[in-house]
Design a protein around this ligand. Structure first.
Ligand code: NAP
Length: 246
């Protein structure tokens, strides 16, 4: 359904995984899409090419969102290229296994600098140009509400993301900008490919719908969140997890 014709979407961390799925889906819905990446230029170009081959519009922009100085140029590039910005999907995120004993200051900074500080500063820059009717989607995780002791730091970042979804929804409501969180369950992506085989059996066993999620499952929820069908939804986070409680 091409309900996003004329809209412009920026999807952070969309060279791979869930972000790539979201970028392709929003383009299929009719949006012009900015594909952001930090290191994977070739993967980002493949996403742009796939969107173009399907008749959509996209271009790729490098920006490491854990670096504050990369953030404003990313939003500026979107506006310069497409003339406006209507949708921001805060998807870029890192996750590493830890334990109370193995946590370091560096691992805390690495997670929080991208998953929380980066998300907040991109949102700040985007909010300055989003029009009434604009939408921000924050990609959270089921571990925000069922935190896991093998990912203390990551769980804490996603708890912070859910809190920001509420504060930002409150702050931006008067401008008719909505903020919606999407909390995926276990989704097969490049980022967890190495651990997926070991984790899949355990996590699928805890998933009532009995399978691993795909990026398209999360992209479908984002498509809803940014659509007029979600016009009365803000400041809240939707589980999209096949019923999995981590
Ligand atoms: N997969 C799951 O089961 C799952 C479950 C719940 C929530 N999530 C959340 O979903 C989001 C995407 O996860 P995923 O599994 O799709 O990850 P992924 O496969 O590792 O892909 C991560 C994406 O983020 C980009 N990225 C990484 N560091 C970045 C940075 N500093 N600046 C800008 N972009 C950066 C990567 O681009 P480069 O390669 O260029 O760095 C890549 O496009 C994350 O927020 C994650 O926490 C995932």
């Amino acid at each position: 359904m091409r309900n996003l014709s004329g809209k412009v979407a920026l999807v952070t961390g969309s060279s791979k995984g869930i972000g790539a799925g979201i970028a392709k889906r929003l383009a299929a819905d009719g949006a012009s899409v900015v594909v952001n990446y930090s290191r994977s230029a070739e993967d980002a170009e493949l996403v742009v090419q796939a969107i173009a081959a399907a008749g959509g519009q996209a271009f790729a922009v490098q920006a490491d969102l854990s670096r504050p100085e990369d953030i404003q140029p990313l939003v500026d590039a979107a506006v310069q290229r497409f003339g406006r910005l209507d949708i921001l999907v805060n998807n870029a995120g890192v996750y590493q296994v830890d334990s109370l004993d193995s946590i370091t200051a560096e691992s805390v900074d690495m997670h929080f600098n991208l998953n929380v500080r980066g998300l907040l500063l991109v949102t700040q820059a985007a909010a300055r140009v989003l029009p009434p009717g604009g939408v921000i989607v924050n990609i959270s995780s089921g571990v925000a509400t069922s935190p896991q002791p093998m990912v203390h730091v990551y769980s804490a970042t996603k708890g912070a993301v859910d809190t920001l979804t509420r504060t930002l929804g409150t702050a931006l409501g008067a401008r008719r900008i909505r903020v919606v969180g999407i909390a995926p369950g276990f989704v097969a992506t490049e980022g967890n490919a190495e651990s997926a085989a070991a984790m899949a059996e355990h996590l699928v066993g805890k998933t009532p719908l009995g399978r691993v999620g795909q990026p398209s499952d999360i992209a479908a929820a984002v498509s809803y969140a940014v659509s007029e069908d979600a016009a009365w939804v803000t400041g809240t986070t939707l589980d999209v997890a096949g019923g999995l409680v981590f």
